[in-house]
Each structure stands twice: as C-alpha cells, then as structure tokens.
Ligand binder design. Structure first.
Ligand SMILES: O=C1O[C@H](COP(=O)(O)O)[C@@H](O)[C@H](O)[C@H]1O
Length: 317
C-alpha cells in the first residue's frame, strides 16, 4: 500500500485495496441553449438554437434547460456567484441522497474545480451538511505521491477535505505506490468492493457504477477527467478505471474513470470558468462549426448534467 505523507495514517479495517487515508483534519444530443444578456455583461448574444426548452433568470445569470430536463446550463456573472450556487447544488443533493439511501457518493476532479468548492467549507454548509454520509472518489488522479504538488488528492485535501468532517474511511485515494496500471486496477477493485457492500449504486441500464454526483472541471483543450482529445482511451467501454502513460498534460502517468462510468452518474456538475475555455464551450453548447468532437461533448449522464459557467467561459455563446 502507499506510503502516506506524515499527516496521513491508514485505516486497517478494510481490505488491502482502497484502504482510505485518515485525514487529520458519440457526442451527446445538442442542448438547447438560450441566453439573454447578463446583468453586467454586454457581450452575450441571445442564441436560440432550437425550440423546445425552458429558460429562467437566476440571481446572477441564465438557466437553460433542455427538453428532458436532463441538461441545464447556468451562467454566472462571477466565479464567486458560481461557487455560491455550486455549494447549494451540492448541499441539496447531499440531503437528498443521505435521506434516500443513507450515503452520498461524490466524485471530484482536480484542477480549478476544487477552488470552486470553497463555499462548502463555510457557513451554513459546513455545519448543515451531514458529512458522515459522504464517500469521496477521484474521477482522475495523477500517479504521484500524495504529498506531491501534482496530486489531485493533495489539492482536494488542502482545499476542501481537511476542512470538513468526512469520516477518514470514506475518502478513497489511489494507491500511489503502484504503477499507473496497477493503481487503476486497484481503484477499480476498490469500486467493486464498494458496489458489493452497497456504498456505490450500480446502474441497471449500463451495469457500471452509478455515482450520486460527479463534480468535474474541463481543461482548455476540452478534456475531462484524464480523457484527452483524440486519445484511444475515449473509446474504452469495458474497464471502470483505466490508466494513461502519455497524458499530453503533465504529469504523463495518470488513472481515470472511463466514459461508461462517468455517463452512468445520477448527477454531473461540469464547472468551467475563464475565457481560455470559451471556444470549447462554444463548440459544446453554441454555434461553432467545429467538427472535432471534444471529450467534454461525450459527457452525457443517465441523470442530470448541469453546466456551471462563468461569464468569461460563456463569452462566445
Ligand atoms: O489535469 C487535469 O485537468 C483538468 C482540468 O483542470 P483545470 O485546472 O483546467 O480546471 C482536471 O479536471 C483534471 O482533474 C486534472 O487531472
């Protein structure tokens, strides 16, 4: 098992795989997008791509819902507004799943997403959420030691997990002592164990694990998790977790959930901020003529997909 940093200890009550660390403290259908001007933006155009949709003003932006209420796009004036809304969205789902099934399985990415979760560690949510129900997983992880600056675990631990009372045994980090292939296999074994014990649901439609909520970001190249444009792993349809040794974004060795797992989710929040990502957002949601299919366009969950965009990311819509 992995060598943990000095602040981490092992729980020994679980099988040898996925022992958690104790913490000391084909593209989806085109969504109908219907934007009006934001209160502080003069750059957003009204875009009416199709006819069947619902659209309503929110406190800071526009909500657009597709015909099946399965895809929602919300644009916020600021990343601060986005973070406030993301916290409420997550807290509401935490309540729902805690009541319905006594557990809340949450998958996080690395990257800028973690900073956008900051409102969860503040009042009222830090006190009102039943953190004991949370089980936390990573949609992708860099195969580096857990105290390495590139570790998605470290990013989440420093910015989020160390500030909330999630039981240490419910935080499922990768085994960083293994090769990338070994770590992916080990993580998949961990997920299978947790399906067996009823912590993780299984999708009756796909047969893949069905997580309650995935909170994921998108890279400026349109990658999600560690699934990169044009990479053969985009087509993986057997494994739950796979590995990559040639990631175009450093570090090269990573593990990642596959699309069948991502797309079996009950809810996915896709959080995208910044002008550097506006072109991909335009391709995914707007009028772009780009024929290339980016990984983010392959995100199409069984349940609800909600895009959280700041106005810079939405600036080309
Ligand atoms: O390498 C990664 O990048 C993506 C996107 O990161 P961002 O900083 O541009 O938001 C991230 O979602 C993924 O988990 C991470 O491994």
């Amino acid at each position: 098992m992995a060598t943990a940093s000095s602040s981490l200890t092992f729980s020994t009550s679980l099988p040898k795989f996925c022992r958690p660390y104790s913490i000391s403290r084909t593209p989806p259908p085109q969504v109908s997008v219907y934007f009006k001007k934001l209160s502080i933006s003069s750059s957003l155009k009204i875009s009416r791509r199709t006819t069947t949709r619902a659209s309503s003003m929110t406190s800071s932006g526009i909500t657009t819902i597709d015909q099946n209420n399965k895809k929602v796009v919300e644009v916020f004036d600021t990343e601060e507004d986005l973070a406030v809304s993301l916290a409420k969205y997550t807290a509401d789902l935490s309540d729902k799943f805690a009541k319905e099934r006594g557990a809340f399985t949450v998958v996080v990415s690395g990257g800028s997403l973690i900073k956008s979760l900051r409102k969860l560690v503040e009042a009222p949510y830090v006190d009102s959420i039943d953190w004991s129900r949370w089980h936390v997983f990573w949609v992708d992880e860099r195969v580096v030691p857990k105290d390495h600056p590139d570790s998605n675990y470290k990013l989440a631990f420093d910015g989020f997990l160390s500030k909330v009372p999630i039981p240490p045994g419910n935080v499922y980090a990768i085994n960083d002592a293994l090769s990338s292939e070994g770590a992916a296999d080990d993580y998949e074994t961990c997920l299978k164990h947790l399906v067996h014990t009823g912590v993780i649901n299984i999708s009756s439609l796909s047969g893949f694990p069905k997580f309650d909520l995935m909170l994921v970001g998108m890279g400026p190249d349109g990658h999600v998790a560690s699934l990169f444009p044009g990479h053969p792993l985009l087509k993986e349809n057997q494994k739950w977790v796979t590995h990559i040794t040639d990631s175009p974004k450093p570090p090269p060795e990573r593990i990642t959930f596959t699309f069948p797992v991502i797309n079996s989710s009950a809810y996915i929040a896709l959080v995208v901020c910044g002008a550097g990502k506006a072109s991909i957002v335009q391709t995914a949601l707007g009028k772009s003529q780009n024929s290339e299919v980016f990984p983010v366009q392959m995100v199409s969950p069984e349940g609800e997909l909600k895009w959280f965009l700041d106005k810079d990311a939405a600036s080309k819509l």
